[in-house]
Design a protein around this ligand. Structure first.
Ligand code: GLN
Length: 304
């Protein structure tokens, strides 16, 4: 099957399917996004790529950015970071408080909100100017100097982020934060506010299809083993309490965000980014999941 034809045919087919779900309106700024947007970009390791629909329009990558924060913390802190955050699927919602209490403040994995906050705390303690240095890191691996945080999305989420504030304070009460909850939340909301297009994001995450090596084929962003492990975490934990379902239907490591984006990786081959803002009740893009399920079925490209 020709990849470009498959992308185009599936985009047309799935765009026409009746919508289900709704935008992440709990973040006020995200409820202004046109819910009918639908873009896909597939970036190959050889530098070629192929896009359909709204793939050149920037969107809020939200939790997909947790892959980037985990990458940098892992790169800088090595295996020691896993004493502060686990590597098990949570089986609970991305913003659940329940497990954190019984697990004594050690989040199950770095891709749920609590885990991402602990990773933010590690980065704040490690970097001299956390927000600036993190953004500089993302710019380096993306080779895209224009990337920036969306201050209005970060502020909009901060204003109503009562549950995230509760999570962060709960972690602090268990002594699993070195910095203040205010600093950690500020970094966390900015991390989630990163905006990019499907094409920029697919190209940016190609290092995970490339054994940790940057696109220039010279810079080692992660070691081979670390890159394998980030993929393993995406496979088991990338979709919160729908991680099993994504693995079952799509068969690729991936990560979703409440902006409606889904990243998926086929190691040694490609990174693909699908964006459609309406979410199912687990907070994952309804059409994004459907698209990737049909894509891996049609092209027979999955890790299994
Ligand atoms: N910023 C969002 C939140 O903290 C990220 C959640 C997500 O994308 N799943 O609620």
């Amino acid at each position: 099957v020709d990849i470009k034809q498959a992308l185009t045919a599936l985009h047309t087919k799935i765009k026409a399917i009746p919508h289900k779900g709704s935008r992440a309106s709990y973040i006020p700024e995200l409820s202004h996004v046109d819910p009918n947007k639908f873009g896909v970009f597939l970036a190959h390791l050889d530098g070629n790529g192929c896009g359909v629909g709204d793939y050149q329009e920037p969107f809020s990558i939200q939790s997909i950015a947790k892959v980037l924060s985990t990458t940098l913390a892992y790169k800088l802190g090595g295996e020691s970071i896993w004493s502060r955050v686990g590597v098990e699927p949570s089986g609970t919602a991305f913003n659940s408080l329940l497990q954190l209490e019984s697990d004594l403040g050690i989040p199950r994995n770095p891709f749920i909100n609590s885990g991402a906050m602990v990773i933010c705390d590690i980065l704040i303690s490690t970097l001299e100017n956390p927000k600036e240095d993190f953004l500089a890191f993302v710019k380096t691996i993306s080779n895209n100097k224009s990337l920036k945080y969306s201050t209005h999305i970060a502020e909009s989420e901060k204003d109503v982020g009562f549950r995230n504030i509760a999570l962060c304070n709960l972690i602090k009460s268990f002594d699993n934060l070195d910095n203040s909850p205010e600093e950690v939340l500020d970094f966390y909301f900015n991390l989630c506010s990163l905006e990019m297009t499907c094409e920029e994001a697919a190209r940016l995450f190609l290092y995970l299809a490339n054994d940790g090596l940057a696109l220039d084929q010279k810079t080692q962003i992660l070691t081979l083993s670390q890159s394998k492990r980030i993929n393993a975490l995406m496979q088991t934990c990338g979709f919160y309490d729908e991680s099993g379902e994504f693995s079952f239907k799509v068969g690729l490591p991936g990560k979703s965000g409440v902006g409606g984006g889904i990243l998926a990786i086929l190691p040694e081959k490609f990174a693909i980014l699908v964006w459609s803002p309406r979410l199912n009740d687990k907070g994952n893009s309804y059409k994004g999941m459907l698209f990737l399920e049909e894509f891996t079925t049609l092209t027979e490209q999955s890790i299994f």
